[in-house]
Design a protein around this ligand. Sequence first.
Ligand SMILES: *Cc1c(COP(=O)(O)O)cnc(C)c1O
Length: 228
Amino acid sequence: MTTIGDQLQQVRARIHQACAIAGRDAAQVQLLAVSKTFGPEAVRAAHAAGQRAFGENYVQEALDKIAALQDLRAELEWHCIGPLQSNKTRPVAENFDWVHSVDRLKIAERLSAQRPEGLPPLQLCLQVNVDGGANKSGVAPAELPALARAVAALPRVRLRGLMAIPEPAEGFEAQRALFARVAGLLDRLRSEGLVLDTLSLGMSADLEAAIAAGSTMVRVGTAIFGQR
Ligand SMILES: *Cc1c(COP(=O)(O)O)cnc(C)c1O
């Protein structure tokens, strides 16, 4: 039987291999373990195998899990990666370390206003709708620079970079090209003077293509915890 620890090892090996092929240092790519739908005991098993950063999609489920794992709180980093409505921002500002799914200014303003003084700034990524699907989450590339400048100016959050979930594409090259568009958007923002270091790109099925395009954080659920 495969344990969570074994599967984590396999994912780490995939990351190393993809970095070697891309000529990148594996230390530049962080692994975010996406624990949505799995219970606190799965997170404990991954933590025991050396994993610290965990991604969650659903706010209430995450709050229950964070509470159940309070004894490990100082050793864990919680990332909100799911769509976020404005009436849910307060518990997110109070309980998470990162939010990857910010796609409008109102959400970022609320997170900044609601981030408790005693905590470090909330780390943010802006989610970009890079393939233009009309009903997909994410800011349109044309609106990204203005949003990024406004979010970067907020006091209690720190803008770190971009996140995207491109549609599955046919083949490695097509997938890499979609991810590379997001990397290009990050480069443009940097050339305008924003200090950004994070590209949250790649999941279980496409992390190699994401790393080839410059991902610095892959979000992996199924390959670590199993089918949901
Ligand atoms: C569920 C999810 C993941 C993980 O997907 P897997 O295919 O299980 O690795 C990554 N990112 C987001 C935003 C998700 O919702």
